[in-house]
Design a protein around this ligand. Structure first.
Ligand SMILES: C[S@@+](CC[C@H](N)C(=O)[O-])C[C@H]1O[C@@H](n2cnc3c(N)ncnc32)[C@H](O)[C@@H]1O
Length: 224
């Protein structure tokens, strides 16, 4: 399914979020607390938007790796330019539930709009925690259903009717009919925080991001 949406993925993101996703991604990168020379892993990287943000922070002496299960998404990621002064990202086809890296390989691991697509949220978080270095951060950025009644109603209407309509216009109806279900079926922010703690992460915190339709969760791999 993601292979089919790859050519329109970045455009659809901008249309669906009115461009605010860029701001959310920058918040996720800041939350990862990366430093120059660090190694960063972006899980379910898609077209690499978050990966390139991490690459810019770690710089040419660091490493930014993106993994994704969709070869077409990875093709688009590889074709995107590398920002000046950034590490050159490495993109690998892999399953988020079986990351091809040893324990403690990265100073931070991120996942943006990816966790809700996983068949097993706990297993995906456990893998991200496993490959994070001691003290390293695990960051989860995800769409979330707003809490306020009016915003919730508008959100559900938009995702149930507007998004599938755009999908049909792009002749990608099935993919954009799936999207609302993945968003509406995703656990509450409180439950995601619990899942992160159950994956062995410490100091798990979360917050709503501007517009109240995305959340940012951060946890830390125990030191030692
Ligand atoms: C909504 S996109 C998010 C892409 C990107 N992270 C972003 O910030 O826009 C979800 C991505 O998850 C990937 N994905 C779904 N299941 C996966 C799995 N088991 N392992 C790796 N990637 C997976 C899809 O191929 C897709 O690229």
């Amino acid at each position: 399914m993601f292979d089919r949406v790859a050519p329109f993925y970045d455009l659809m993101n901008t249309l669906m979020t009115a461009g605010i996703d860029g701001r959310w991604r920058r918040a996720a990168i800041r939350a990862a607390r990366l430093r120059r020379g660090d190694r960063a892993l972006d899980v379910a990287c898609g077209t690499g938007m978050l990966t390139r943000g991490a690459a810019l922070v770690v710089g040419p002496d660091g490493a930014a790796v993106g993994i994704d299960a969709s070869p077409r998404m990875l093709e688009h990621a590889r074709r995107a330019g590398v920002p000046a002064g950034a590490a050159v990202p490495k993109y690998i086809e892999a399953d988020a539930l079986a990351l091809p890296f040893g324990a403690a390989s990265f100073e931070a691991t991120t996942i943006g709009f990816g966790l809700r697509n996983m068949p097993d949220y706990a297993a995906a978080l456990a893998e991200m925690a496993r490959v994070a270095a001691p003290g390293g951060r695990v960051v989860v950025l995800e769409i979330a259903v707003p809490r306020a009644a009016l915003a919730r109603m508008l959100f559900v209407t938009w995702f149930r009717r507007g998004v599938p309509l755009i999908g049909r216009l792009l002749r990608r109806g099935a993919a954009y009919a799936y999207l609302p279900e993945s968003v509406l079926g995703y656990p509450s922010p409180e439950r995601v925080a619990e899942l992160m703690a159950e994956a062995g992460l410490l100091d798990v915190r979360w917050r709503w991001l501007p517009t109240g339709m995305a959340t940012l969760h951060v946890g830390r791999r125990p030191a030692g």
